[in-house]
Write a protein that binds this ligand. Structure first.
Ligand code: NAD
Length: 249
């Protein structure tokens, strides 16, 4: 029960990595709000361990309303895990501006909007912890990821600036940079050929399960991480730390 009594807002909390984090945070004693564009419309129900709340993180009015709704029902937000995100592998020369803008709007603008609204509440209550989910594609140039990689690289530096700007208010801001994780997003993004390449370039030789990312989020939101801020933590099976992963036969 490392998050006992904490109120945690998890965006993208109805699927994949966010879904696993919402479930694990509930098991660690947190009261969880799973804010997701796929949630049914309607008021949040604080009597549920993991309460769905409809939210498009790229819509500033919706973000303000969602945070006000959570504060009205729960009185505080101790943890924000921002896992809502979209992506697609597209060659740079074929990336359309509308698709580029939408990926940036959800992944980067969404991180700014939700982070700012929650940080204001955290400042007023005397502190909190924010964890943004970036990607190894925000740290390295991975094929076909101009929009996605730019959005995630933006999430990394935005989070580091937030860590500096918000430190005085007792708000810690950290980043998890996952490698390939078996989720519905990846099922849509990765062909079997791409899947084979990611597996070959990952020293642990497999994709992660979403639950394997959740433990890092628990640590970063718990009091065990009270001196940790501005961290970019790869949870990637060794991908970002490696070069050649096999000798020729
Ligand atoms: P997923 O598609 O399984 O889950 C994403 C969730 O975000 C969904 O429930 C979706 O409804 C929600 N969402 C999408 N757009 C939204 C919006 N505008 N507002 C609110 N909610 C929205 O994907 P996932 O793989 O679990 O990805 C979660 C995060 O992890 C994303 O930020 C993704 O970029 C990142 N990530 C994933 C991987 C991976 O391999 N799966 C690797 C690195 C980083």
């Amino acid at each position: 029960m490392r998050l006992n009594g904490k109120v945690a807002l998890v965006t993208g909390g109805l699927s994949g990595i966010g879904g696993a984090i919402a479930e694990r945070f509930g098991a660690e004693g947190a009261r969880v709000i799973a804010a997701d564009i796929a949630a049914p419309a309607g008021a949040v129900d604080p009597s549920t361990d993991v309460a769905p709340l409809r939210l498009d993180v790229s819509d500033s009015a919706m973000v303000e309303a969602a945070v006000a709704e959570v504060l009205g029902k729960y009185r505080r937000i101790d943890c924000l895990v921002h896992a809502a995100g979209i992506g697609r592998d597209i060659p740079f020369l074929e990336t359309g501006i509308d698709e580029f803008d939408r990926i940036i709007a959800v992944n980067l603008r969404g991180t700014f909007l939700v982070g700012q609204a929650c940080a204001r509440a955290m400042r007023d209550q005397g502190g909190g912890s924010i964890v943004n989910i970036a990607s190894v594609s925000g740290m390295r140039g991975n094929v076909g990821r101009s929009a996605y990689g730019a959005s995630k690289g933006g999430v990394v530096i935005l989070s580091q600036v937030m860590a500096v700007d918000l430190a005085a208010y007792g708000i810690r801001v950290n980043v998890i940079a996952p490698g390939p994780v078996d989720t519905p997003l990846v099922a849509r993004m990765h062909s079997s050929a791409i899947r084979e390449r990611w597996t070959d370039h990952t020293p642990l030789g497999r994709y992660a399960q979403p639950e394997e990312i959740a433990g890092a989020a628990v640590y970063l939101c718990s009091d065990d991480a009270s001196y940790a801020t501005g961290i970019v933590l790869p949870v990637d099976g060794g991908f970002s730390g490696s070069g050649l992963t096999a000798l020729a036969d």
